[in-house]
Design a protein around this ligand. Structure first.
Ligand code: RAT
Ligand code: ZN
Length: 441
């Protein structure tokens, strides 16, 4: 941690000992502190080098990110069928040509690619990708990962780990080397949402499950989850859910959720992350880019938080219209931590609106952002953009506090920023009770 340069900051643990800032000193202080803060990125789709080709990086992956694919189909005559028949390099070439050469990269996702190229000193206005490809090909994965995390000011990356993804499961079973900067998360989408499909996969692994969700089956699902908790040592369990998610729900899925997932989180003292509001595959032709958003009935959260006060829930909602309700519920239930401006919300104008609303209603008791990075170098632009968007918002907040008569110091700003980008998550994932799970060090 960098100590304040203020002369009276000799006792940084005592915020009252710092010099009060003047109005015009607040924004530069906020900017410095945000730049200095080493982020815990609470939700990504990244992997350490030991997970081999599961970890995506480099220019071709950056260009074929599904956020860009969605934009590509808006500006190109190419059909999805034609696009999917191309190799990855050809797809990347096509996207570069359409979104960066024939049109200006103005959207958040396209500017992100430009920012990454700039960060590595690569050309951003050329017709082809030869320089960028040569640069990334020459990089050593391990070194590259360290450098990108350093450039992004990210200390810890939280992964998304699906035990029903065969490739990923095989990596875990090979006793893969754990990297302390990458924390695991037991992702349950396939298990809970697609229950009609995975049951035979569990059965083939020796779990006595059936597609009716019998009491014995639920017990076996718990055993499956316990085994994977042992293997992965996750920091939380996670599930993305449609706008139509209901709780309580008497379907097999609803019972898996209520009788296996929720009690196991409690038993292992793990938070449950719920990402609510995704409408999967409204346009299956464009694959990952074909998911959309819907407004959810957040009374599900009310029911969950009230019925399970000993569970902790980290919640992100995809619909802009659900944001205010989420804040209201967080004021009612302190076992609920709102996090992130997810996916279609991760644009400066919307991040700004949501973050202001959250600060006004919750102070600093939430987690403002996660990157959701799928490709390593996205960390660079996504976190730079978050810092850039949040600087004026936090500055404005502290300036209001000063105007109301509160002595604002660098130490106090630092304490709140640390809370937002580190300690709220650390506290949410901290073990309160004895558990057989230990985080890897
Ligand atoms: O933002 C995204 O990349 C989405 O495709 C999803 O990954 C979403 O974040 C999720 O984790 O389900
Ligand atoms: Zn995600």
């Amino acid at each position: 941690m960098q100590l304040s340069l203020e002369p009276v900051a000799l006792k940084p643990s005592n915020p009252c000992s710092s010099t009060g800032l003047k109005d015009e000193q607040i924004e530069p202080a906020v900017r410095d502190i945000l730049a200095d803060t080493q982020i815990i990125d609470v939700h990504t789709h990244l992997y350490p080098a030991s997970f081999g080709h599961l970890g995506l990086w480099g220019i071709d992956e950056l260009l074929t990110y599904h956020y860009l694919e969605a934009e590509f189909f808006r500006s190109s005559e190419m059909t999805p069928e034609q696009y999917w028949s191309l190799s990855k390099l050809q797809q990347a070439d096509a996207i570069w040509k359409v979104l960066f050469v024939e049109n200006c990269p103005l959207s958040e996702a396209t500017r992100g690619v430009v920012a990454v190229l700039t960060a590595f000193g690569l050309p951003t206005g050329s017709d082809g990708l030869a320089d960028a490809r040569a640069f990334f090909q020459a990089r050593d994965a391990e070194v590259h990962i360290r450098e990108v995390l350093h450039m992004a000011g990210v200390e810890t990356v939280v992964m998304t780990n699906d035990p029903l993804d065969e490739e990923e499961a095989a990596v875990w079973m090979s006793n893969v080397h754990r990297d302390r900067q990458f924390r695991a998360v037991l992702r349950l989408d396939r298990l809970v949402r697609e229950w009609s499909q995975p049951w035979d996969r569990l059965a083939s692994q020796g779990y006595e499950v059936d597609d009716q969700g019998s009491t014995h089956c639920i017990k076996e699902i718990r055993r499956f989850l316990e085994d994977w908790c042992e293997t992965m040592q996750p920091v939380y369990m996670a599930l993305s859910l449609p706008d139509s998610f209901k709780f309580p729900d008497e379907s097999v899925r609803g019972r898996i959720f209520r009788e296996a997932v929720v009690p196991l989180c409690r038993e292992f003292d793990l938070p449950l992350s719920l990402m609510i509001g995704v409408r999967r595959q409204v346009n299956p032709k464009i694959r990952l880019a074909g998911d959309a958003v819907g407004r959810a009935d957040l009374r599900v959260l009310e029911n969950l938080c009230r019925e399970f006060p000993d569970n902790r829930f980290m919640v992100s909602v995809l619909s802009r219209e659900n944001q205010h309700e989420l804040c209201v519920y967080a004021r009612k239930f302190n076992n609920l931590t709102p996090f992130g401006c997810w996916w279609f919300l991760n644009n400066p104008s919307i991040v700004e609106e949501i973050t202001r609303e959250r600060i006004e209603m919750l102070g600093a008791s939430f987690i403002p952002q996660h990157s959701d990075a799928r490709i390593l170098e996205q960390l660079i632009y996504k976190w730079r953009n978050t810092r850039r968007t949040l600087t004026p918002i936090l500055s404005h907040t502290f300036r209001l506090a000063l105007a109301d008569g509160y002595p604002v110091t660098r130490e106090r700003i630092r304490r709140e920023v640390e809370r937002l980008f580190r300690s709220n998550f650390e506290q949410c994932t901290r073990k309160r009770q004895e558990s057989s799970l230990e985080y890897p060090v």
